[in-house]
Design a protein around this ligand. Structure first.
Ligand code: NAD
Ligand code: GLY
Length: 374
C-alpha cells in the first residue's frame, strides 16, 4: 500500500531539513517553501527537458502560495555542468534581481541540483535553496547531503561547496516521464546503498527489482525513502567527508574517471558508476575478502537492472583513465583511495590498492560475462 508521504530527517543542527517522499508533491512546493519562510521570490533553475514537463506545475504551486518565480533553463545533461553555465546563470540571477531574501529551486536531475546548489552556495555569498529532484538518481542521492558543484575538464565535481538545501521534495510522479535508460541509471545508486550499508535492502532489491523496473509507486516509495535515510545517517555523522561519507563513493573512483575520459558524453553517471562498482566488487574480492558468492550477486543485480558491467579500453584510454583517477578528490599525494566491501552491506574506506590489481581488474572488465564464466 502506498503511504501518503514518507518523511526522512537530515539532522545537522541548525541546518537540519526534511526529505519528503511521495506522490503529487510538486503541488506542495509553494506551501512547503512558504511554511519555511523562504521568501517571496525565487529563481527556478531547471533544464530544457524538465522545463517543458514541469514548469507549469511548479509555477502554479509557487504562485498559489504567493511566491513569484522566475526561470533559468540550462541545456540538459552532464556536458552543461560546468563553469560556463554557472557564469551564464549568475548573469541571469543578477538580471532577475534575486536578492539575499530570495531563494533558488533546483527542479531537475542531479546536474540541475548540483549546479543550482552551487549557484545558491555562491551567489550573494550564499542564499537558500530547495531541491525538487526529478530523476531516480537525484531522488536517492544527489539532492541529499549538500554536495554541490560542477565539473572541470580535468575531473568530475572538482569545483564545489557544501551547501545544504532547506527541504527536498521527492515527487515519485515525476519519475513517470523519465526515460528507461535514465531510470535504470538511477538504480545504480540504489544498489550502491545495499552494498555499502544495508544487506537487507540488497535482498529486497534482488526480490523486488521487477516491481521497481515497472515503477510501481509503493515499492519505489519504500526504497527511495530507505536510500535517503541511509544517506541522511551517513551525512549526519560526517557532513564534510572527513571519513565515513567516503563510503558513498563506492565505485565512483573508476566511474568518475570513465566519465572524465569520455568528455562526460558517453556514459550516464549511473552507467559509469555501475561499471565502477563491478570493478570495486572485483577489487574487494581480491583485497578485502569479499566472497565469490557476494561478488556474483552484485554483478547479477547490475545485469538484471540493465546496467553496463563491462568496458573495453585501448592502451591510450587506459593510461588516461589511471591519470583521471589520480584527480579523484579522495586521492592523497597522488595515491588513489578506494572504498571496498568485505561483504554485502559493509565497506571500508581510504584503502590503497596496488596498481597491478587495478590493471588486472580493468583487463577482466573487457571480457564478456560469458567468456569469463567459461
Ligand atoms: P541529469 O540531471 O543529467 O538528468 C538526466 C536526464 O534526464 C536529463 O536529460 C534530464 O533533462 C532528464 N530528466 C530529468 N528529469 C526528468 C523527468 N522527470 N522526466 C524526463 N526527463 C527528465 O542526470 P542525473 O542522473 O539525475 O544526475 C547525474 C548528476 O548527479 C551527475 O552530475 C553526478 O555527478 C551528480 N551526482 C551528485 C551527487 C551529489 O551528492 N551531489 C550524488 C550523485 C550524483
Ligand atoms: N554522492 C556522494 C556524496 O554525497 O557524498
Amino acid at each position: 500500500m502506498l503511504r501518503p508521504m514518507r518523511k526522512v530527517k537530515v539532522s545537522l543542527g541548525d541546518r537540519s531539513y526534511s526529505i519528503l517522499v511521495g506522490t503529487n508533491l510538486l503541488s506542495r512546493l509553494g506551501l512547503e517553501c512558504r511554511s519555511r519562510g523562504l521568501g517571496n521570490r525565487c529563481a527556478v533553475v531547471t533544464d530544457k527537458h524538465v522545463d517543458g514537463l514541469y514548469r507549469k506545475a511548479a509555477t502554479h504551486s509557487l504562485e498559489s502560495a504567493g511566491i513569484e518565480p522566475s526561470f533559468i533553463t540550462i541545456e540538459p545533461g552532464e556536458t552543461a555542468k560546468n563553469l560556463k553555465s554557472v557564469n551564464a546563470c549568475y548573469d541571469q540571477l543578477a538580471a532577475q534581481r534575486l536578492e539575499r531574501g530570495s531563494f533558488i529551486v533546483a527542479l531537475g536531475g542531479g546536474v540541475v541540483g548540483d549546479l543550482a546548489g552551487f549557484l545558491a552556495a555562491t551567489y550573494l555569498r550564499g542564499i537558500n535553496f530547495v531541491q525538487v529532484p526529478t530523476t531516480l538518481l537525484a531522488h536517492v542521492d544527489s539532492s541529499v547531503g549538500g554536495k554541490v558543484g560542477v565539473n572541470l575538464k580535468a575531473g568530475k565535481n572538482l569545483v564545489g561547496a557544501f551547501h545544504q538545501p532547506s527541504i527536498v521534495l521527492c515527487d515519485l510522479d515525476t519519475l513517470d516521464t523519465l526515460s528507461e535508460r535514465e531510470f535504470r541509471a538511477g538504480l545504480a545508486e540504489v544498489i550502491k546503498y545495499g552494498i555499502i550499508y544495508d544487506a537487507a535492502l540488497f535482498r529486497q532489491l534482488e526480490r523486488g527489482l521487477d516491481a521497481l523496473l515497472k515503477r510501481e509507486k509503493a515499492p519505489l516509495a519504500k526504497v527511495v525513502a530507505r536510500c535517503c535515510a541511509i544517506k541522511a545517517e551517513v551525512v549526519a555523522q560526517d557532513e564534510k567527508e572527513g571519513g565515513l561519507r567516503a563510503i558513498l563513493n563506492f565505485g565512483h573512483t573508476i566511474g568518475h574517471a570513465l566519465e572524465a575520459i569520455s568528455s562526460y558524453g558517453k556514459y550516464l553517471h549511473g552507467e559509469a558508476i555501475s561499471i565502477g562498482q563491478i570493478a570495486a566488487a572485483r577489487l574487494s574480492r581480491r583485497i578485502q575478502g569479499l566472497s565469490q558468492s557476494d561478488e556474483t550477486r552484485i554483478e547479477n543485480l547490475f545485469v538484471r537492472a540493465g546496467l553496463p558491467t563491462r568496458v573495453v579500453l585501448g592502451k591510450r584510454e587506459r593510461s588516461k583513465l589511471t591519470e583521471a583517477m589520480r584527480m579523484d578528490k579522495k586521492a592523497r599525494d597522488g595515491d588513489v583511495r578506494f572504498v571496498l566491501a568485505d561483504r554485502i552491506g559493509r565497506v571500508h574506506f581510504g584503502l590503497n590498492v596496488p596498481t597491478e590489481h587495478i590493471h588486472s581488474v580493468l583487463d577482466s572488465l573487457s571480457e564478456s560475462r560469458h567468456s569469463r564464466s567459461r
